[in-house]
Design a binder for this molecule. Sequence first.
Ligand SMILES: C[S@@+](CC[C@H](N)C(=O)[O-])C[C@H]1O[C@@H](n2cnc3c(N)ncnc32)[C@H](O)[C@@H]1O
Length: 346
Amino acid sequence: MSGVQARGGTLDFEGLQDLIDSHYRFQLLNAAVKLDLFTLLRKPANASDIAQMLGLAPQPLVMLLTGCEALGLLVQEAGRYRSSEIAALALVPGAPFDQLPLVRFADEVTYPGASRLYEALLENRNAGAEFLKGEGDTLYARLDSNPAAAAAFEGMMGTVTRHVTQRLMREIDLSAGGDLLDVAGGGCELAIALVDRWADLNVTVMDLPRVVEEARDRLLTSGQGDRVTLAAGDVFSADLPGCDYLVIAHFLEIWSEERCRGLLKSAAQALRPEGRIYLINMVRDDSGKAPFACTASSLYFHAIASGEGMVRRWQVYEDWLDGSGFVVERRVALTPMHGLIVARRA
Ligand SMILES: C[S@@+](CC[C@H](N)C(=O)[O-])C[C@H]1O[C@@H](n2cnc3c(N)ncnc32)[C@H](O)[C@@H]1O
């Protein structure tokens, strides 16, 4: 792809055309993934063999193959096509950097939701959640009535959380043991990793009732059911149980300042003296500069997830912690877009 960003923010006509065509870029990738093209082409094959294996007519096949080649997803050598390196690493089920859950989530949720971005900006609300049936105001409430979108959300979140958790485990030490509360802890991905690593740690995961029910089976399979407790509740109104450590991961970026400050105050009350809070968020650097991926995530929080949130600067979270009964101890970049802030009770 000729990169709009690679031109340092200046846009030429070719870049503009790329923007206008960007829906076809994603939809071609999406179609290729649904056809499992990149698994098929781990071994090179010629066009007529591919047509036969996929059951595609000659014209659509030409579009698929030439399009995927132009996007860098396929390589053609001596009349035969094979998956490019990145496609083989990330777009084959079970591949080392399997990103398929992110493609599925984009297909099920982001793509249809983003088509209401104009209304979402104009009306300052998450109009993009309305394509999902149901009554709730947020994406999370509507997932209850939309099983395919809920499964896609869980898959996407699992992929993101696994990646960030690997880095997080190198930055924290919970070997002293005790009770950890994972606020809006989702499918227990982090909770299971934490109790697997630290034998004297017990974790409570609080999340919405459907999410907690769905996590139960995963916990049983993990064999860690006795050290991870599930608590169904709305974290903005529930009493948070007392704990030695409190994690809020991938959550504050969804909500308004008012809600976040309220939650941090409840967290300070739940935390025992000497306790630590670990905030894991998408962050922008303090200069306010951000890669487009940050803006894309902000648009998702605003236009689809809640209509309240965005990716904020490190300093914003640190100020909120300061004002909510915490003393910030350190900040650590976990990935180019995710940061950890550690604070103790004041
Ligand atoms: C982006 S996910 C993060 C999940 C988890 N912390 C992680 O890092 O994988 C947001 C989570 O917040 C949960 N959630 C949304 N609103 C909530 C509320 N009011 N109370 C409790 N959980 C909520 C959702 O069900 C979802 O699991």
